[in-house]
Ligand binder design. Structure first.
Ligand SMILES: [Zn+2]
Length: 332
């Protein structure tokens, strides 16, 4: 029994040894194959002239670079063409400009009044008196990118010039709209900078300060340091309310600086309450009824989309009732 056990143990040992040798052999074969491949690669790279490979790569790069150059050179005639197109375009523009000068509504002259005379200020102060039926469409609190372009499109289609009382804070963010307003013959007037009553009416000098700040921003947006807005609209109106005393004193200061101010005598109430076309038209009709000279208060602030939507009906209403459309340039 003992011998048998020894034999079994010996046999097991032999088996184990055989398995270990087999595994080692596999490992060695594996290493040899892997090493051979690596060696072959190394030899291949070593045999390959380094200069040639680099040259090859460079050539490829050069080719591709030259290709870009070629594309560029191929593009150059295109560029030249586009230059030609540009010249052609500017020639066309020149032709267009000639046409436009023949049709003044297409390209309005850029207007600017330096300092208002007493007569001009009087004309604004007596805006509500007129023998003929006339209406001034005015828009406050803009320009906004969401509403003002729609209003400008409608006014352009209807060939109507309006007056925009712009806010300094809005002018800053939408200079291109101010430029468009001016190009299309609208009057850019001044509604101050902050529209925060506490700030605008902090003391009697603040309205003028807000006017000046906004006037500078308009000049900057228009890239015209000579532009003067000349007419101020008090936020909340020039009369009454908690700040009436300050407003009264501020009016004198504005007058001393040859700056006019303008309120309104009709409204859609789009700033407070009216949110539908029906309500706006109803407010407009009731507030303008029986008036020969109408100054309509509306708003082109970012959330006044309904005002733009209602505008065609507002225009139709005044047209149907025999009014002509004017802006401040028509009376000063
Ligand atoms: Zn306002």
């Amino acid at each position: 029994m003992v011998m048998y056990r020894v034999e079994v143990v010996k046999k097991n040992k032999k088996r184990k040894m055989a398995i270990i040798l087999l595994i080692m052999a596999f490992i060695l074969i594996g290493l040899a194959v892997f090493g051979g491949i690596k060696l072959a690669e190394y030899e291949y790279l070593a045999k390959k002239p380094i200069d040639f490979t680099q040259k090859d790569n460079n050539q490829n790069n050069n080719n591709s670079y030259q290709g870009e150059n070629k594309l560029n050179t191929q593009n150059q005639p295109d560029n030249n063409n586009s230059n030609n197109q540009f010249i052609n375009n500017s020639e066309e523009n020149g032709q267009n400009n000639e046409v436009n000068t023949q049709v003044p509504t297409e390209n309005e002259p850029l207007r600017n009044i330096q300092t208002l005379t007493d007569e001009q200020i009087n004309a604004i102060n007596s805006i509500y008196k007129s023998n003929t039926k006339r209406v001034f469409l005015t828009f406050d609190d803009g320009p906004s990118s969401t509403v003002t372009p729609d209003i400008l499109d409608i006014l352009k289609n209807e060939n109507i010039k309006a007056t925009f009382f712009v806010l300094g804070t809005m002018v800053k963010s939408n200079p291109e709209i101010i430029i468009r307003e001016r190009k299309e013959g609208h009057y850019i007037a001044n509604h101050g900078y902050s529209h925060v009553y506490k700030k605008v009416y902090e003391n009697k000098n603040k309205p003028l300060e807000e006017y000046k700040k906004t006037n500078e921003l308009i000049q900057k947006a228009l890239n015209d340091p000579t532009y003067q807005s000349n007419v101020f609209r008090f936020p909340g109106g020039s009369n009454g309310g908690y700040y009436n005393d300050i407003k009264t004193q501020a009016k004198e200061i504005l007058q001393q600086n040859h700056i006019a101010y303008l309120d309104w005598n009709a409204l859609t109430n789009d700033s407070a309450g009216a949110t539908t076309e029906k309500e706006m038209l109803s407010n407009l009709k009731s507030t303008s009824k029986g008036k020969n000279s109408v100054v309509v208060l509306m708003h082109d602030a970012p959330n006044k989309k309904q005002t733009a939507k209602t505008l065609p009906k507002i225009i139709k209403y005044f047209r149907d009732n025999g009014y002509t459309f004017q802006n401040l340039y028509d009376i000063i």
